[in-house]
Design a protein around this ligand. Sequence first.
Ligand SMILES: [Zn+2]
Length: 157
Amino acid sequence: MADFILDDQGVVGPCRLCGQRNRVAYERMSGEATCGKCRKPLPPPDAPMAVEAKFGYLRLLANAGGPVLAAYLKPQDDPSDRLLAELKALAAIDAGKILIVTVDAARFADLVKMYEADPQPMLVLHIGGHETKLRQGYLPSAEVRRWLVACLAPPAS
Ligand SMILES: [Zn+2]
């Protein structure tokens, strides 16, 4: 199982200090969350979060506040595996700046249908809960970052 998962109610992941698994409810994601065991503040996730529940994913998009990068990955697929490795590197560096989630494209085929595209694999950037941008195929982490920066840059005035 992935370190961080999205279930029906919130983000579940380990406390980096004591290892205790905590759930942070989607509605409380923008506030300060503390570990239920050691009572220290929980830092933002530093790894991609695996979607385990469709409604959890939709609630995350509605509550995240900041940008959410969703990777639609195919099981037993080499480009998907390599893209996941790149996203792990990116998530460790950009913790707190962007939320990165992974979606099993075979298990959540109805989520894939929202985009009318076939993941090869596929990256979908959600900005402000409504705007989406899409990239297909494997990309190295540096290219993913360049794309994110371009998408999130304020429009030139
Ligand atoms: Zn703790």
